[in-house]
Design a protein around this ligand. Structure first.
Ligand code: UDP
Length: 237
């Protein structure tokens, strides 16, 4: 295996499937089965889940009476909902899994703590980091960079619906340029939009590579973990 400990970032899009909102439970269960398969190979797996399928600040920014900080908190709560559903699906598949939230949700899951989180990963549990960073004005991309650094992961794998990073939308533009490798500085310079700037600078500084890959192709996570080239590898050097 090329990677021993991975951090997988799943956006809310993954959870909504083709429904455009909410949860596609069939897709979530299929995904849990794929995680099970990867876990069997001995890789330690942490997952950061987005919340955009339920609540995203920018989708509700026109609601004048809603404070940005409250709206962001709702987004973070949405990530907790997704995390609990994913953890349940994993358990159903026989995978030991646990949710840790960045803010207290005591009756539902544990509060995040670096030392305990490391212990759970070492014990082989699939650990789901819920609640983003716990602070407004951030995204779950930044949360995933933060957790990847704190957990000393070998790679941050960002699941998308396309195979590679392109300079423009490959669905709309036939001449879109595909990148197999990139530097974080290129992402910033070219404003590629594959991650936000906080995420890029955290990973760059911590020398943790990001692999952007297509989750809709079955078996891709396992291939990537084995070192087979899938997707765009973004690194510091
Ligand atoms: N959010 C936040 N702080 C964080 C992570 C998320 O305030 O550390 C809020 C923010 O409002 C965001 C929403 O939660 O729009 C959902 O997260 P994100 O947009 O990253 O989810 P994704 O697009 O990956 O589904």
């Amino acid at each position: 295996m090329k990677f021993k400990r991975i951090l997988l970032k799943l956006s809310g899009e993954v959870f909504e499937g083709d429904k455009g909102f909410g949860m596609d439970f069939k897709k979530i269960l299929e995904f849990a089965k794929e995680i099970k398969d990867v876990r069997k190979s001995g890789v330690q797996i942490g997952i950061v889940v987005g919340g955009g399928n339920i609540w995203r600040y920018r989708d509700f920014s026109n609601v004048e009476f809603l404070e940005r900080t409250d709206s962001d908190m709702l987004g973070m709560m949405a990530t907790v909902m997704n995390s609990v559903v994913l953890s349940s699906a994993l358990k159903k598949c026989g995978v030991q899994s646990r949710v840790m939230s960045s803010f207290p949700c005591e009756s539902l899951c544990e509060t995040y703590n670096i030392a305990n989180a490391k212990k759970y990963l070492e014990l082989g549990e699939v650990l789901i980091f819920a609640g983003g960073t716990g602070s407004p004005f951030f995204t779950t991309d930044s949360a995933s960079a933060l957790r990847a650094l704190e957990m000393k992961c070998d790679v941050l794998m960002k699941a998308t619906k396309v195979d590679f990073v392109y300079d423009k939308d490959p669905v709309k533009f036939k001449n879109a340029k595909k990148f197999e490798t990139l530097k974080f500085s290129d992402v910033v310079k070219m404003k590629l939009g594959v991650m936000d700037l906080t995420c890029a600078s955290l990973l760059d500084e911590g020398s943790i590579p990001m692999l952007v890959f297509n989750l809709t192709k079955k078996g891709n996570i396992k291939k990537a973990v084995k070192g087979v080239k899938v997707g765009t590898l973004i690194s510091s050097k």
